[in-house]
Design a protein around this ligand. Structure first.
Ligand code: GAP
Length: 463
């Protein structure tokens, strides 16, 4: 029953996203491309607001972090060094009957419980799959599965037009490696010394087999990552610092509810071989708890590997203390599209009103809301519309406003509630006499009369 309620909440959110121009199914007029999404006019505003807030919080507010924008296409050697060519894979098997492909770990965790697959090898998982008489979740056929195999998740393409002369390259599966390979460029040109971080926002690509749950897991997505370089021995303290810093960003800056977030520390058996500590910040998505933000202490693994494979000296030369060393790294890695889904789910409410009606409302922080102020003339005539335009011109240099003069005022309010607009202004016949307007607040739905002269100060205070 609880599961049904959760599934239906996700359906409601997907439907709102389409109806109100947040997210559209990708390539829709061609019948769609599975698991691809396009962000509409209001969705892109939210994405841009989230990126801006993250950048301000992780770069501008810090003395010790600077930015970077590296390429999506990198030298293939990068992925050999990082281990992505040999290790970046999912264990999969197929149903021989309906040919649908499944992830072994997801499949067995559903059957045996969360955490069952942690630390188990592919062979061990295969043994469990073989010994149990499971039926296919799609077509119901019993015990008709292929052997489980590892599938690499990187998208491969070719660079160069010459037949036979082209090189196999990959779309990056994470933005992090672009930061590692620029470590020396950044510290030497920008005169930085550890501890310091390099932050980057950009697209990543993974050929996920079980891409699902709306924008939670997609093949093309955007990451906001920061690699923080510090001396060996200090990484534990920095790790704690960054976990707390990320939580503060979610709770204070984005105003996500405390009870929607939890920290899950990885067990030893679950840690990547190069990590000495990893924690996920999980969010309570409509379909259950899921990873939102991964914070990993990655030791000196990546820079060591790039030094070995590129044959370049990547050590930091500490002239004050007369020592050269490869720094340790703490990495908070966040997915922008998962953050989008988290803020929308957290803000979504079907609110029962005193008059018995229900309104759908997004209680978004005004920092995230796509539109800050809705502007409505009561009528499209008698000078109310031109007065409303005048007010829009007064405010639009400061806040993104939307002018709407169609339909009943109640309907216009409901539309803006669904978009998460924190304030709406109505221009009525009294406005023409007393130069004041009605301002309505989204969450309380309270209305107050404000003089046009005071509108700017009013909103500076509120938004
Ligand atoms: N550099 C480390 C790294 O990429 P990750 O845990 O694989 O770590 C970091 O990814 C974050 O990127 C995740 O916590 C998640 O928010 C997001 N992410 C990963 N795969 C994703 C996918 N297929 N679709 C959407 N977001 C994804």
């Amino acid at each position: 029953m609880a599961q049904e309620k959760e599934d239906s909440k996700l359906k409601d959110i997907v439907s709102l996203c389409k109806r109100r121009g947040f997210v559209f199914p990708g390539s829709e007029i061609y019948g769609g491309l599975s698991n691809s999404f396009d962000y509409g006019p209001y969705g892109v505003e939210i994405l841009n607001n989230l990126k801006k807030l993250w950048w301000e919080y992780f770069v501008h507010r810090r003395e010790d972090v600077i930015g970077l924008d590296s390429s999506i296409l990198l030298h293939p050697g990068v992925w050999e060094a990082s281990g992505h060519i040999s290790n970046f894979s999912d264990p999969l098997f197929d149903c021989k009957s309906c040919k649908v492909r499944f992830r072994v770990d997801h499949f067995l965790e559903e059957k045996k419980g969360e955490g069952f697959t942690i630390g188990k090898s592919l062979e061990e998982l295969q043994e469990v799959l073989r010994s149990e008489d499971y039926s296919c979740p799609k077509c119901g056929t019993k015990g008709s599965f292929t052997e489980a195999r590892n599938f690499n998740l990187m998208f491969k393409t070719q660079q160069g037009a010459n037949e036979g002369g082209s090189v196999d390259i990959y779309l990056r599966p994470e933005t992090a490696q672009g930061i590692f390979i620029n470590f020396k460029n950044v510290y030497s040109t920008c005169r930085r010394k550890p501890p310091f971080g390099i932050a980057q926002i950009g697209k990543s690509f993974r050929n996920e087999i079980m891409a699902r749950q709306f924008v939670f897991r997609t093949r093309e997505f955007e990451q906001m990552e920061m690699e923080f370089f510090c001396e060996q021995g200090t990484q534990k303290d920095w790790f704690e610092h960054w976990v707390n810093y990320c939580i503060e960003f979610l709770e204070v800056t984005l105003e996500i509810k405390k009870e929607s977030i939890r920290i899950r520390e990885h067990e030893k058996a679950e840690l990547s071989f190069y990590s000495d500590k990893t924690s996920d910040i999980e969010f309570k998505f409509p379909f259950g708890w899921g990873e939102l933000w991964g914070i990993a202490s990655r030791t000196d693994y990546d820079l060591n590997q790039h030094e070995k494979f590129s044959k370049q000296d990547l050590k930091y030369n500490d002239q004050v203390n007369n020592k050269k060393y490869i720094p340790y790294v703490v990495e908070p890695a966040l997915g922008l599209n998962r953050l989008f889904l988290a803020v929308i789910s957290d803000a979504y409410e079907e609110e029962k009103l005193p008059d018995g009606e229900t309104r759908v409302v997004l209680h978004l922080s005004s920092k995230i809301a796509p539109i800050k102020i809705g502007i409505f003339p009561l009528m499209k005539k008698d000078g109310l519309d031109s007065k409303a335009k005048e007010i829009q011109n007064l405010l639009r240099n400061h806040w993104y406003c939307e002018y709407d003069d169609s339909g009943a005022i109640g309907k216009r309010y409901r539309r803006q509630d669904e978009l998460g607009t924190p304030f709406c202004i109505t221009i009525d016949y009294d406005t023409l006499k007393d130069e004041s307007v009605t301002v309505r607040e989204r969450d309380s739905m309270k209305q107050e009369r404000i003089s046009i002269n005071n509108l700017k100060t009013y909103f500076i205070d509120k938004i």
